[in-house]
Unconditional design. Structure first.
Length: 155
């Protein structure tokens, strides 16, 4: 019985330390869930804050579920531009400033065959944004997202 209780406490310590410390790549072994909610729709998101990570974005990935997204955070509001370089699936791009939707590019298509960097369309909001959310194509329409909707982020 003492062995079982001892094993239980060892497992609790392992769980505690693996959620507190990081593996060799700087990633928590049990990452905290990050979410973005627009109106009443919540997405579990991967957050990108570095220039390299923002440039990579969803490029090369095979897709997103209807409840997933990628959130890009910026230090200050600006008219940040996005492209679909190496994308394999269409997305909705939602620009956010101060917890409000300010612009939506729905159903942004993948690049056409033969597209080059110089011919890729660029998606830029009309107003400055400090966050950008990318979700599966069609989510903005299905959930009736519109400019002015309130955005809640849990990081």
């Amino acid at each position: 019985m003492k062995a079982i209780i001892g094993l239980f406490f060892v497992l609790l310590l392992i769980i505690f330390f693996s959620t507190t410390y990081f593996n060799g790549k700087g990633v928590s072994l049990f990452p905290k869930s990050k979410t973005v909610t627009i109106d009443k729709k919540t997405f579990t998101v991967e957050v990108e804050q570095t220039e390299a990570a923002r440039e990579q974005g969803l490029s090369g990935r095979s897709g997103l579920t209807v409840n997933q997204g990628m959130l890009f955070l910026f230090d200050h509001p600006d008219r940040y531009s996005f492209w679909m370089k190496d994308m394999k699936f269409p997305i909705d791009i939602i620009f956010i400033n101060n917890n409000k939707v300010i612009d939506i590019f729905p159903n942004v298509p993948i690049p056409t065959a033969g597209s080059t960097l110089s011919t890729l369309p660029i998606y830029t909001p009309d107003s400055p944004a400090n966050e950008v959310l990318e979700v599966a194509a069609g989510q903005a329409k299905i959930n009736n997202f519109k400019n002015g909707d309130t955005v809640t982020t849990s990081l």
